[in-house]
Design a binder for this molecule. Sequence first.
Ligand SMILES: [Zn+2]
Length: 69
Amino acid sequence: MGKAKTFAAKLARETSTEGKVICPVCNTERKKLKMIINKKKSGDSWSPKYEYIRVCKCNETDLLAGKKF
Ligand SMILES: [Zn+2]
């Protein structure tokens, strides 16, 4: 039973990590997060822009704190 359980766990792990990006620094999944970024053009108007960014433990603290990076 032990071996079967281990195999299933291994299989589940491999399946769950498929298509995900793991950060080599903190070894956690880098999740996609949609952010609205205001880019100011030289002069007058602001143009809100949606951007997908990768969030892992390396930068999630800064993001939650509202810092720009
Ligand atoms: Zn990281």
